[in-house]
Write a protein that binds this ligand. Structure first.
Ligand SMILES: [Cu+2]
Length: 359
């Protein structure tokens, strides 16, 4: 594998920093790329894919979350057949977090085309929980960071709930919003969680995140060249589900679950935050069937009593099935805790709610 190690200005040479191009005046240009391996090679052993996604990076987005304007970065998803990925959202400028979902079917060969040109800052796409070869894993430490274009080739080998995210200065880029849901349906298609597995009638996908505004005006390479950018100090004051703040999560159809008595409801929960989350499900929803975790079926479905709480840690995914027998509007409360508290002494720092409306 050819690897190009650059330091200092790197490809694209020159200082694109300075901010001032919108997005809350945040500086997102190249100021250094210590330790990165910047490259944009051809995809080895490239074959014709079954499905393709065209992602382009943006670094000057802005999103109002619960009344607060938050600078965000992410991936826009576009069409296009030239591999450039039109961006769909204005190439490099605006966009929303989280990034658009990818959905494929087990057995498919997938091409994820990345166009990382915005602000001349390198990024990658890591399909978390997927196991491609090193070249296509999107982990720069083991392969390369993309400035330009690269096509990730991977196979969807196991149905389940995953997510994708950038793996450059990961803790910062993921915090900024460079992630999206990745769902692999079984060969039968949507309606089953995995091959020959449990069925569902209604599906909800929640990516639950926490935001520390102090991180959101950092440059893309904060602390990559050393120094202390405060990335060991995370104090979120905003919380969101699918990018929506608490002013919307109990009413917006992108989050609220609407189902009828007797239907089987699948909740795909993606823990997209950094501090522990405890999810409190109301007893009225009935027993909770845990059918899969982290993109893998459990050996046997585990049933938790009605009213159970589940403690989530970063990057976990849970597939939960409910069969509510009672009509009504039931709140689901997610509490957030300081990550520094000693085990067993969780200190609550915030909360967000959504609802299951059962008719
Ligand atoms: Cu990135």
């Amino acid at each position: 594998m050819s690897k190009t190690r650059t330091s200092g200005g790197g490809m694209g040479g020159g200082d694109m920093g300075g901010g001032g191009m919108g997005g809350g005046g945040c500086n997102a240009g190249i100021t250094g790329n210590c330790g990165l391996h910047i490259d944009a090679p051809a995809t080895p052993n490239r074959v014709t894919p079954d499905v393709e996604f065209f992602l382009s990076t943006f670094m000057q987005g802005s999103q109002v979350i619960n009344g607060v304007e938050v600078p965000v970065w992410g991936f826009n998803m576009g069409g296009g057949i030239d591999g450039m990925g039109d961006g769909g959202g204005g190439g490099g400028m605006g966009g929303a977090m989280p990034s658009p979902p990818m959905r494929v079917r087990q057995g498919q060969i997938v091409h994820t085309h990345l166009n990382a040109m915005a602000m001349m800052a390198p990024h990658t796409v890591h399909h978390h929980g997927i196991e491609p070869d090193t070249f296509n894993d999107g982990v720069g430490h083991y392969s390369f960071d993309v400035l330009g274009e690269y096509t990730y080739q991977w196979r969807a080998s196991q149905a389940g709930t995953y997510f994708y995210h950038c793996h450059v200065n990961t803790v910062l880029h993921a915090e900024m919003g460079m992630y999206g849901a990745l769902i692999i349906d079984p060969p039968e298609g949507p309606g089953r969680v995995y091959q020959n597995g449990p069925t569902y009638d209604v599906e909800a996908i929640w990516a639950v995140d926490d935001i520390d505004m102090n991180w959101h005006c950092l440059p893309w390479d904060a602390a990559l060249c050393g120094g202390d950018a405060g990335l060991n100090n995370f104090n979120p004051e905003l919380f969101c589900i699918n990018g929506l703040g608490e002013d919307l999560t109990e009413t917006d159809a992108a989050v609220v679950v609407n189902a009828s008595v007797g239907q089987r409801v699948l909740l795909r929960y993606i823990m997209a935050g950094y501090v522990p989350q405890k999810v409190k499900f109301p007893a009225a929803l009935g027993p909770i069937q845990v059918v899969a975790e982290d993109g893998r079926p459990l050996p046997a479905v585990q049933t938790l009593p009605a009213g159970s709480e589940i403690l989530m840690t970063p990057a976990e995914r849970y597939e939960l099935i409910f069969e509510p027998q009672t009509a009504g509007s039931f709140p689901v409360e997610i509490d957030f805790f300081d990550y520094r508290a000693a085990s067993g002494s969780l200190r609550k720092i915030g909360a967000i709610r959504s609802r299951f409306n059962i008719s």
